[in-house]
Design a protein around this ligand. Sequence first.
Ligand code: ARG
Length: 480
Amino acid sequence: MARRSLENLRTERDSSVTEPRASNDLWGGRYAEGPSAIMREINASIGFDRKMWRQDISGSLAHAKMLAHVGIISAEDEAAIREGLAAIGKDIEEGRFPFSESLEDIHMNIEARLTERIGEAGKRLHTGRSRNDQVALDVRLWVRDAIDGLDAQIAAVMREMVARAAEHAGTVMPGFTHLQPAQPTTFGHHLLAYVEMLSRDRGRLADCRKRLNESPLGAAALCGTGFPIDRHMTAKALGFDGPTRNSLDSVASRDFAAEFLFACAMCATHLSRLAEEIVIWTNPYFGFIKLSDAFTTGSSIMPQKRNPDAAELVRGKTGRITGSLVGLLTVMKGLALTYFKDMQEDKEGIFDAAESLTLGLAAIGGMVRDMQPQVERLAEAAGAGFSTATDLADWLVRELRFPFRDAHHVTGRLVALAEQKGVDLAGLTLEDMQFVEPRIHQGVFDVLTVQASVASRTSYGGTAPANVARMAREWQEKLG
Ligand code: ARG
């Protein structure tokens, strides 16, 4: 149908133009065929939606089987369709399929080829369906597959992190707020923070999967069909929980794709934050971790350089993933019900986001495995910047019954004194301490070391190495 109108458009235009087709000054060279070539190019999605060929074939197989089951087509036609689609699948897989731009999209490319191969029966396949429900189905199936792939990949990255966390449950490092030294923490605790985030990302993908798992096939163009199709049967065959309940919604909605893109963007944002930390940690002024040549590059001019390019690219790719989310929401926001061709613009963003995230996860997983925490440097940094000041204030509360606000004030004065003398808190003498607060006694020095500080934080979810080791074990069990 769309093809016929395209032809009409060409004939109409052609008979009304007097100059030769190729002579248009504006687009002359490129668009030798005039406006119809522009129409074809803007209309075609085959350049990218060919990625959904497996999903398109699965959908058609289920549809044909159902058509035969309810008696709309014959068993022979169904068998011919099945064999024809299998051969087409093989051709595509082996790079032998003649994709055609004038057949617009993957749906028409496959269907036209099927008819070429098997004749009449191929023309019966589209009974009781439309490209509108077909594309809605294919995109759902593609996203569902992508979710399953990403979920497995995130789990693998989590396993990698948990293994490193168990190894470094007691490796102290500075904990930051505002990128200023705040309190000592451990490398393991830090990694497990990302494990929590990634676990929620898996949860979001699983939620999205649950909601999208309804089949739009059989909603046809927009209002359903008069043919006695069995939507429950196709839904079941394609692994859906059931058919969608409203035909208009089925062809008009892409919220499942927006949800998917949000889950991708959120996960990418988490990876990006770790990537940013890797950039900071590998900076020689920090020197917290080392990355091997596998994940760094040299500079073409500065021989000493070792750039964390992989981390930078994980961070950078987050932009395009978030861009895909914003792009899709923007495409959808002005659309009345039901289908508009605008919606063809959903796919590239979906594909690109899934592929970028796949690559980002692989890179982060690789870097987590590759990174060498510089244990001594981390310990030294953990103690710098008066990082045990909170421990001192807490000691005043516990030992001398200070109200916390007063303890905070006294500790502030002790930090100022230490700063003035150019020592850290443990470098102050007892006399120095007693000059500020006479009741302080020798016991205070027990809480001023980094090790004591982390060991004391045993509250549930706290940074104490024993907690971290236990959490890592729990995650190991959960992730298997
Ligand atoms: N290629 C189209 C898309 O991606 C398929 C649906 C076409 N439907 C139509 N009514 N023209 O959305």
